[in-house]
Design a protein around this ligand. Structure first.
Ligand code: LLP
Length: 441
């Protein structure tokens, strides 16, 4: 399945089809594109472009939909903070009952700052440092997902020194191909993640014997933007087998952390169904008497975020549409060949004959391309567009490459909206820099 490739045989959906597939968006004849109840032109008028806009109601609704689909399972949702770590986003998910999945001291601190209790935080990641482990354990982190024997030894030492017991889950590598882009597949044997399946049982027994360690279960995460459930079923079946083997060997296994990865529909499809996800979980774990955890990121926030941009100019007989957003803002197309829908902000621009154009940014790299040969209605300098489904792995992956300040972020909630991060100023770009005295002048 060509979920990420730009070079796809699928025809580009028309603007109307893209909007119809997204209940949080609508096109009004006068106001243009509307997110929840806020016309996006109003945000762009006030803040300029490029600008990110997130829909709080959309995030809440998606968390509620996922929670409801999973409601007959003994499960807890830990939002994967890496997808979008803004404090307001964390607060929305925490208020909806989610805990957090974090992978760094910074994410741990953000989650705590947003009011998420340490016991509701899972610390994942393949290279947690001693300092990070110490901080997490001192605050009473809910679970540490261990990715190697070396890390297990580190945790035991840190926990002992603090006089704490670390609740750990062993992250196993089930050697299953998630069928997604190579850069975001994580559950194959050759990937750096997790403990080889064949070594997991012995390491679990070893963990149980170590001071300062309480093995609470196993964890797995096979990749991201997963749209087919066969890989989930295969990986979860292996996890369930491991739980049975461990218990047969006398180990206590209370939890299985099933990871994230649920894909969204970047075109006019609806993405992975939470109901089908619940089915895969139930199929593997029903009757096993384990608590389950999931760590979704993209599915919860991806569709809720947009990046608004203005056409700077067109060139080469309108083959290129140069916009004021770039790969430094949204890197996914350049990095993963990701296909993001692009729709005009004005109703007048959304109709009319579509023709293939390359939508590109101003950064000095050919990879600074949002879309190749994309069928779009005519766009001229000054027209605005929205790049859709940019709420996950969007602003969090931005850089200031080409000395481009970080774009501002607005949060819409129904008919209200507020700035939740102002535009970075030009002088902010060098505010942290120091020029040593020994340099001339
Ligand atoms: N849990 C673990 C251990 C993870 O590594 C990840 C994502 C998640 C949960 C959340 O996965 P999600 O539900 O969002 O698929 N930057 C890439 C995606 C990288 C995903 C990394 N790990 C992109 O823009 O497609």
């Amino acid at each position: 399945m060509q979920v990420h490739a730009q070079a796809s045989d699928e025809a580009d959906p028309a603007v109307a089809e893209l909007i119809a597939a997204r209940p949080h968006l609508s096109m009004h004849p006068m106001d243009g594109l509307v997110l929840e109840d806020v016309p996006l032109n109003a945000v762009a008028d006030a803040l300029g472009t490029p600008v990110w806009v997130y829909g709080a109601g959309t995030m809440r609704r998606r968390l509620a939909e996922l929670t409801s689909a999973l409601s007959d399972l003994p499960i807890h949702i830990h939002y994967a903070v890496k997808a979008n770590d803004h404090l307001a986003v964390l607060k929305i998910f925490a208020a909806g009952g989610a805990g957090a999945d974090v992978v760094s001291e910074g994410e741990f601190a953000r989650a705590r700052h947003a009011g998420i209790a340490a016991r509701d935080i899972v610390f994942s990641g393949v290279g947690k440092t001693v300092a990070e482990l110490r901080l997490a354990l001192a605050q009473g982190v809910g679970q540490i997902n261990v990715e190697s024997a070396a890390e297990l030894a580190m945790i035991s030492e840190v926990a002992r020194a603090l006089g704490r017991t670390a609740p750990v889950a062993l992250r196993i590598n089930p050697d299953v191909d998630a069928g997604t882009h190579a850069k975001i597949t994580t559950g194959k044997a050759e990937n750096k993640f997790g403990i080889p399946y064949a070594e997991a049982a012995a390491l679990y027994a070893h963990a149980a014997s170590l001071p300062g360690i309480e093995p609470v279960g196993i964890a797995l995460h096979i990749g991201s933007q997963i749209l087919s459930f066969a890989p989930y079923r295969a990986a979860y079946a292996r996890a369930a087998d491991l739980v049975r083997d461990l218990r047969a060997g006398g180990q206590r296994v209370a939890r299985v952390d099933c990871g994230g990865g649920l894909g969204i529909g970047y075109r006019d499809d609806s993405g992975a169904s939470p109901i089908a996800f619940a089915g895969a979980l139930r199929g593997a774990f029903a009757g096993l008497d384990v608590e389950l955890m999931v760590e979704p990121g993209r599915w919860l926030v991806g569709p809720a975020g947009l990046l608004l941009s203005t056409v700077v100019l067109t060139k080469a007989d309108e083959k290129f549409v140069v916009i004021d957003a770039a790969m430094n803002d949204l890197v996914r197309p350049a990095m993963y060949d990701a296909w993001h829908a692009i729709v005009p902000l004005s109703a007048g621009n959304a109709v009319g004959a579509a023709r293939p154009v390359d939508v590109v940014g101003p950064v000095c790299e050919s990879g600074d391309t949002f879309a190749n040969a994309r069928l779009l209605p005519a766009l001229a300098a000054g027209d605005r567009v929205a790049i859709l489904d940019a709420g996950a792995y969007g602003a969090v992956m931005s850089s200031t490459y080409n000395a481009r300040p970080l774009a501002p972020i607005a949060l819409v909630d129904g008919s209200r909206w507020a700035v939740i991060r102002p535009r970075q100023s030009i002088s902010d770009l060098w505010a942290m820099e120091r020029v040593p005295d020994f340099l001339p002048g």
